[in-house]
Design a protein around this ligand. Structure first.
Ligand code: ADP
Ligand code: MG
Length: 486
C-alpha cells in the first residue's frame, strides 16, 4: 500500500587488490581460480605465536576510497578484535575496526530518474580482514583459507536510501568509484565486492525507524534490486496482517527468486569487541592525507564535467560515458584519434551499446569486444570524411567488423561499401524511381509531404544503401522542382 515508504542502508565489503594480505606477506590470489589452500601462511591459519603487521598499501587504498567518498580521515584509527567462532575464522576473532574507523562522515550524490540528485550519507569506512571460504558438499563442509586475511574495506551508508532503484544507483556509483580508483575490480560474481542491504519500511507518522532485516548473499546488483523489492513487499504484508518484522539475516535464493531466512538474530552486540593488543594505533598525518588526495585519479564526476566543458557533450551523454572507467577510456581513444566527440558519443551509446547488449556483454568489459577503439575510430573517420554513409556504416560495416574483427577500411574496400556521390549515377536512380512511382510523385505534388521520405528510401535502395544522402536529397528535390515548374 502506498502509505509505506522504504528505508535502506547498505553495507558494502570491498576486497582491496593488494599484492599481499592485510597482516602478513602472504600473497593474495584469485580466490575462485586458485587451488584451495595454496596461499596460506601461519597468520592466515591463526597459528599461535604469530603477530600481525599492517599492510600500509591497503591502508592507503582505504584512505583513497574514503577521500573519494568525501569522508573525513581522522588523525588516528585503530584495529579491534571482533570475537566469534566459525570454521572460516581459525583465530576465533576477526581483526576489524570498531569505534575508531579509517574514514567517517562522507557522502555519495546520486542522480535520480527525474533528473534531480540526492545525497546519501556514508557513515563510515573501516579496514578489516576477510575470512576463509566454506563450501558445503554432500554431508560435509570444506574450508579454503586462501581468502583468510585478504584486506577488506567495509563501507556503511546511513539509512538514507528510499527505494530499490536508489539502492541500485548508489551501488553502481560506488562500484564505479572503486574501479576508477583501481582498488577493486567490482566483480560481484567472485565475491570481490559484496553488498548487504538493511531494509525496513515506515509510515509517514512514524517517529522512529522500525525493525530492519539484513539481506546477504547478493551476487549481482540486479539480484540486490529484486531482493529488496521482495523484502519490502514481505514486510508491508506482515504489518498489514497485524504481525511484526523480526530482525533477521536473510538470503536471496536466485533459483527460486525469493527471500529465505538464514537466521533470526538479536540486535545486541555479542562480539565483545576490544582494541587489538597486537597492533599499535594508526596515525594518519595531515600531510599524508593531502598527498593521497593530490594523487587521486580522475573520478567519474570530474571526468563527466570535463567531457561537458571541453568536448561539448550533453551532461547526460557525459554521464553515460563516464559511468564505467573502461567506457570512458574507450571513448577517449576514439576522440584522441581525431573523431568528432559528439559523433563518437552518439555511435558509442547507441550502436555499440546495442551490439554489446545483444551479446550480453557488460559495459565494463568493453575493452574485450571484437571492435577495438582504434578500429571503431577508423570507421567513424570514414563516416566523417564521407567515404561511407552513416546507414551503411551502421548496417553493414560495423556488424562485419564485429563478427570478423577485421579493419574498417579493409571491409569497406572488400565489400564495396564506399559511398556513391557520383551525380550522374544518383540522377539516373532518381529518374528511374520517379518514373516507376508516379502515384507517389502525384501524392507528393498534391501536398502529402511525407511521401518524400518514401521516395528517398526507394532511391537509396536502388543505390544499395550507399548513396550520399545529401546528394540524393538534393537531386530528388531539384528534379521534383523542375517538374513542378513544367
Ligand atoms: P550494526 O551493523 O552495528 O548493527 P547499524 O545498526 O548502525 O550497525 O547499521 C547497519 C546498517 O543498517 C547501516 O547501513 C544503517 O544505515 C542500516 N540501518 C540501520 N537502521 C536501519 C533501519 N531501521 N532500516 C534500514 N536500514 C537501517
Ligand atoms: Mg554490520
Amino acid at each position: 500500500m502506498s502509505e509505506w515508504t522504504t528505508v535502506i542502508g547498505l553495507e558494502v565489503h570491498a576486497e582491496l587488490e593488494t599484492e599481499s594480505k592485510m597482516f602478513s606477506s602472504c600473497p593474495v590470489v584469485d580466490s575462485v581460480e586458485a587451488e584451495p589452500n595454496t596461499a596460506v601462511d601461519p597468520l592466515s591459519l591463526g597459528l599461535p605465536g604469530t603477530l600481525p603487521v599492517i599492510n600500509m598499501q591497503a591502508m592507503e587504498y582505504g584512505i583513497m576510497v574514503g577521500l573519494a567518498l568525501n569522508c573525513e580521515i581522522p588523525p588516528i584509527n585503530q584495529f579491534a578484535r571482533k570475537n566469534y567462532f566459525y570454521p572460516d575464522l581459525p583465530k576465533g576473532y576477526q581483526i576489524s575496526q570498531y569505534d575508531r574507523p579509517l574514514a567517517v562522515n562522507g557522502y555519495i550524490d546520486i542522480e535520480l530518474e527525474d533528473g534531480s540528485s540526492k545525497r546519501i550519507r556514508v557513515r563510515r569506512a573501516h579496514m578489516e580482514e576477510d575470512t576463509g571460504k566454506l563450501s558445503h558438499i554432500m554431508g560435509g563442509s570444506l574450508v579454503d583459507y586462501n581468502r583468510a586475511g585478504v584486506p577488506l574495506l567495509e563501507i556503511v551508508s546511513e539509512p538514507d536510501i528510499s527505494s530499490a532503484s536508489e539502492a541500485e544507483v548508489y551501488a553502481r556509483k560506488l562500484r564505479s568509484i572503486l574501479r576508477y580508483l583501481g582498488v577493486n575490480s567490482g566483480d560481484m560474481s567472485k565475491g570481490l565486492l559484496r553488498f548487504e542491504a538493511n531494509v525496513s519500511v515506515r509510515l509517514e507518522s512514524d517517529t522512529e525507524l522500525r525493525e530492519r532485516t539484513e539481506i546477504k548473499n547478493l551476487n549481482s546488483i540486479r539480484n540486490m534490486v529484486k531482493a529488496i523489492d521482495f523484502e519490502v513487499k514481505r514486510q508491508i504484508k506482515l504489518y498489514d496482517n497485524g504481525e511484526t518484522v523480526k530482525p533477521a539475516t536473510l538470503g536471496w535464493d536466485e533459483a527460486a527468486q525469493r527471500i529465505t531466512v538464514q537466521r533470526y538474530k538479536e540486535r545486541a552486540d555479542e562480539y565483545r569487541y576490544f582494541p587489538e593488543p597486537d597492533l599499535p594505533v594508526v596515525e594518519v598525518s595531515r600531510e599524508q592525507v593531502a598527498q593521497i588526495a593530490a594523487e587521486l585519479p580522475a573520478l567519474p564526476a570530474k571526468l563527466q564535467a570535463r567531457f561537458v566543458d571541453e568536448l561539448g557533450l550533453s551532461a547526460y551523454d557525459a554521464g553515460v560515458l563516464t559511468a564505467e572507467r573502461a567506457v570512458a577510456e574507450y571513448f577517449q581513444k576514439i576522440v584522441d584519434a581525431g573523431v568528432d566527440p559528439k559523433l563518437a558519443a552518439n555511435w558509442l551509446t547507441t550502436d555499440l551499446f546495442r551490439m554489446m547488449n545483444a551479446n550480453d556483454i557488460e559495459r565494463e568489459c568493453i575493452e574485450r569486444i571484437p571492435v577495438t577503439a582504434q578500429n571503431f575510430a577508423s570507421l567513424l573517420t570514414l563516416v566523417q570524411q564521407g567515404t561511407i554513409n552513416q546507414s551503411t556504416a551502421r548496417k553493414q560495416a560495423l556488424p562485419a567488423m564485429w563478427s570478423s574483427g577485421a579493419d574498417a577500411r579493409a571491409i569497406v574496400d572488400e565489400q564495396g561499401l564506399a559511398q556513391i556521390s557520383d551525380q550522374d549515377l544518383i540522377a539516373a536512380s532518381v529518374s528511374k524511381v520517379l518514373g516507376e512511382n508516379d502515384d507517389m510523385l502525384q501524392r507528393f505534388l498534391g501536398g502529402n509531404k511525407k511521401v518524400l521520405n518514401a521516395l528517398f528510401g526507394k532511391i537509396m535502395g536502388e543505390l544499395r544503401g550507399k548513396g550520399d544522402p545529401a546528394v540524393v536529397r538534393r537531386l530528388l528535390m531539384d528534379t521534383i522542382e523542375k517538374m513542378e515548374l513544367n
